[in-house]
Design a binder for this molecule. Structure first.
Ligand code: FAD
Length: 419
């Protein structure tokens, strides 16, 4: 069967990580009978990134978590793998992906090329200075932690904080340097950013906020990090965690609309028939919040990949991608989870636990609506708020639910005490 491009159906997915893998698999499982090719710049089979800043750095047996074995992809799902192959350009109307290993024609395409960490000037020229995105980055950081390196993390975002927590847990001396006065103010707001920052201090990690990094000291190998106030911090390991940029360079001449990521509609379509984007590289219109978003969260990349794959397999029947943003982060053995959005909140109210303790839930209000919830060590509770957010729950309903939960938990604790 050939399609409207006059070719046999061929779905090409560029980016062989979480979103790309889910796209290829879901297209096949939704009944797509044509060829599927998964193209990835890394040599590795798709692997999971979240453990790289957590278990991979702390456990006795650091090994990558492969998301799917090659045999399953090739033999069970008939997905062709082109690993170690980088896409270099896209001819959207001619329907061809150019790669460093030849052209690949397609009838439909999913772009899932993720993002690349930003570095500081000079950071890529000194041994001992790293970013963290790949298994190879993680191996180098792990080796330095194994050697007990004095560690400086530049940037107190979630990934930087996880690396700091992992290095500290392994007994390293750790300093986190953050240019903003409050860490994490954008993802969780000022008030809760301060609360999360205090977790570092409780675990003996030094946090320096409101100060920039001027540069590095050292010849071939880093010796210290120089701060904007003229002081410096000695370090054998520096990890720069100052955010990422979406991998769109290869699409520059494609005619696709590129802004902060690949611009998509609510169905994750780029505006060109049969060409979709998913994961960290995609910016789309999220009907649940009536806002354009580009998220860098595992769950969203997985969900988007699945939908983009199904839509690419059947563009005529494409459906929208609606979601409540969700991410988690693990620091010092504690799980932080956030659902919804924090920007524009009028008020935050802690409805369970204590923000100075080891467990709490805090809700975010905007006008009469619930817009977000942050949890520390409340692993199942938070998903109830995610469900409420997906239905546009009012603040009143959310507070009533929270009061009911708190009363039930108190009654359970009292019964356990007397029993
Ligand atoms: C260390 C770390 C810890 C994290 N922890 C958490 C967490 O605790 N919770 C959470 O919610 N999220 C976490 N995340 C975020 C989560 O892992 C990402 O949201 C997710 O990996 C995004 O998947 P993706 O497939 O869109 O992009 P990526 O995983 O970045 O994959 C993109 C792939 O495309 C390839 N590629 C790029 N350009 C090209 C090209 N031109 N041609 C071919 N291939 C190309 C890349 O090599 C890469 O393999 C973490 C991320 C990192 C790095």
């Amino acid at each position: 069967m050939s399609n409207r491009a006059g070719r046999d159906p061929h779905l090409v997915v560029v980016g062989a990580s979480l979103a790309g893998l889910r796209a290829a698999e879901s297209a096949r499982r939704s009944g797509f009978g044509g060829a599927i090719t998964l193209v990835g710049a890394e040599e590795h089979l798709p692997y999971d990134r979240p453990p790289l800043s957590k278990e991979f750095l702390t456990s006795d047996d650091p090994s990558p978590t492969v998301l799917r074995e090659g045999a399953v992809l090739r033999d069970d799902l008939a997905i062709g793998l082109r690993l170690g192959t980088r896409a270099t350009g896209l001819d959207a109307s001619g329907r061809v992906v150019a790669t460093d290993d030849g052209d690949i024609p397609f009838t439909s395409l999913v772009i899932a090329t993720g993002a690349t960490p930003r570095n500081l000037p000079g950071g890529d020229q000194l041994r001992g200075v790293h970013v963290l995105r790949t298994i190879d980055d993680a191996r180098a950081i792990r080796a330095a932690i194994d050697a007990g390196a004095r560690t400086v993390v530049v940037g107190a975002g979630f990934i930087g904080s996880e690396i700091a927590a992992s290095a500290r847990t392994r007994g390293c001396e750790v300093t986190v340097v953050e240019a903003l006065p409050t860490p994490l103010a954008r993802p969780v707001g000022e008030t809760m950013g301060r609360v999360l920052a205090s977790i570092h201090e409780r675990h003996g990690t030094t946090l320096k906020v409101g100060i920039g990094v001027d540069g590095f000291e050292g010849e071939a190998t880093v010796r210290a990090v120089r701060l904007a106030d003229g002081t410096s911090i000695d370090a054998e390991l520096v990890v720069v965690g100052i955010g990422v940029a979406p991998n769109t360079g290869w699409l520059t001449d494609s005619g696709l609309q590129i802004g902060d990521g690949v611009e998509c509609d609510d169905k994750l379509c780029t505006g060109v028939y049969g060409i979709y984007a998913a994961g960290d590289v995609a910016r789309w219109h999220n009907p649940t919040f009536n806002a354009r978003m580009r998220l860098e969260h595992w769950t969203i990349a997985a969900e988007q990949g699945g939908l983009a794959g199904r839509n690419a397999a059947d563009p005529a029947g494409a459906t929208p991608f609606e979601t409540v943003p969700y991410f988690w982060s693990d620091w010092y053995g504690n799980r932080i989870q956030f659902v919804g959005i924090a920007a524009g909140a009028d008020e935050v109210v802690t409805v369970l636990g204590d923000v100075e303790g080891d467990s709490f839930i805090t809700l975010y209000r905007q006008g009469e609506r619930l817009i977000g919830a942050l949890a520390l060590e409340q692993r199942s509770q938070i998903m109830k708020y995610r469900a409420m957010l997906s239905t546009g729950a009012s603040w009143e309903d959310a507070m009533a639910f929270a009061k009911d939960r708190a009363a039930k938990l108190a009654a359970k604790a009292a019964a356990a005490d007397t029993g």
